[in-house]
Design a binder for this molecule. Structure first.
Ligand code: PAF
Length: 281
């Protein structure tokens, strides 16, 4: 496995690979890899000749400096996992290489997709995601890029970016991965204490209850408001949103189409912000 710390050296290496017409599969990450990332890497390994993994904690996508500073770092473990899963190239750049001068991201407007839910709760978040993903796509110029459905709204934003600016690039959706207890895997989970971890399971339980109710098709059995109130009554959990949306537009769907939508949820548990989602059909 080769490791590159500058875009210049990486580009030189990738131009040799491209000269051999090999398919480059790209997995962008912020490190602290878990088995959710492992799934992305495995999908990339199966579908590409050369797998490139980036590890870079992007400052412009954090609306909260505490969250940025507390973002876990596990470089050696990340490299070991990447090697064991057959990654060919790791790119771990410095901020000066990713941004000229002070890190900054232009505003992105894809309608509800960038304005609602994550967009409204984390101001500027998608501006930062689009800025860094665009920069990484420009440097790596992959044939395929792999993103997890855990960040469902980010995935839809990236797909829109691709349609507009990287028409040749295929975005591959990879399923959300859960721990045995049902908690959606996230690098932030390591910051939950044992009590918070038990409370965090309510996110997934709520989504499962909603799915069961949607599929029961008994009028009135889906009570989003009651689910919201139940979550809001919990100590140590601060609900940000719970809704059933269309996974492409991120607009809320009407009751008659709930079984075609995804339930999305975000909550703060202790000092950790968690998101989760589930297809309702
Ligand atoms: O999903 C992530 O880990 C990040 O948002 C990404 C896509 C690597 C951009 O920094």
């Amino acid at each position: 496995m080769e490791i590159f710390y500058t875009s210049k050296e990486l580009k030189e290496r990738l131009s040799e690979i491209k000269g051999r017409n090999e398919i480059i599969g790209f997995v962008p990450t912020m490190g602290s890899l878990h088995s959710g990332h492992g799934t992305l890497i495995s999908h990339a390994r199966n579908a590409s000749d050369v797998v490139v993994l980036s590890i870079y904690v992007n400052p412009t996508q954090f609306d909260n400096q505490h969250d940025f500073k507390a973002y876990p770092n596990a470089m050696q473990a990340d490299l070991d996992l990447a090697r064991s899963l057959g990654v060919d190239v790791v790119f771990s750049p410095k901020t000066e290489d990713m941004y000229e001068g002070v890190p900054n991201a232009n505003s992105v407007d894809y309608g509800a997709l960038t304005a609602a839910f994550e967009g409204s709760k984390r101001k500027g978040h998608f501006d930062g995601v689009v800025a860094i993903v665009r920069r990484l796509f420009q440097i790596i110029n992959p044939e395929k890029a792999f993103f997890g459905e855990k960040d469902l709204q980010q995935l839809a934003v990236i797909e829109t970016l691709c349609k507009r600016e990287f028409a040749q690039l295929e975005i591959v959706r990879c399923p959300l991965v859960r721990d045995v207890d049902g908690l959606a895997l996230s690098s932030r989970n390591v910051r939950l204490n044992p009590k918070e971890r038990i409370i965090a399971l309510e996110l997934n339980r709520t989504l499962n209850r909603l799915k069961a109710a949607v599929n029961e098709s008994v009028e009135g059995s889906v009570d989003l408001e009651a689910e919201r109130s139940a979550l809001e009554s919990l100590d140590d959990l601060e609900l940000e949103y719970l809704a059933i949306i269309d996974a492409e537009s991120f607009e809320e769907v009407g009751e008659e189409k709930w079984n075609e939508g995804h339930a999305v949820i975000a909550a703060q548990v202790g000092s950790v912000r968690l998101i989760d989602n589930l297809f309702m059909g």
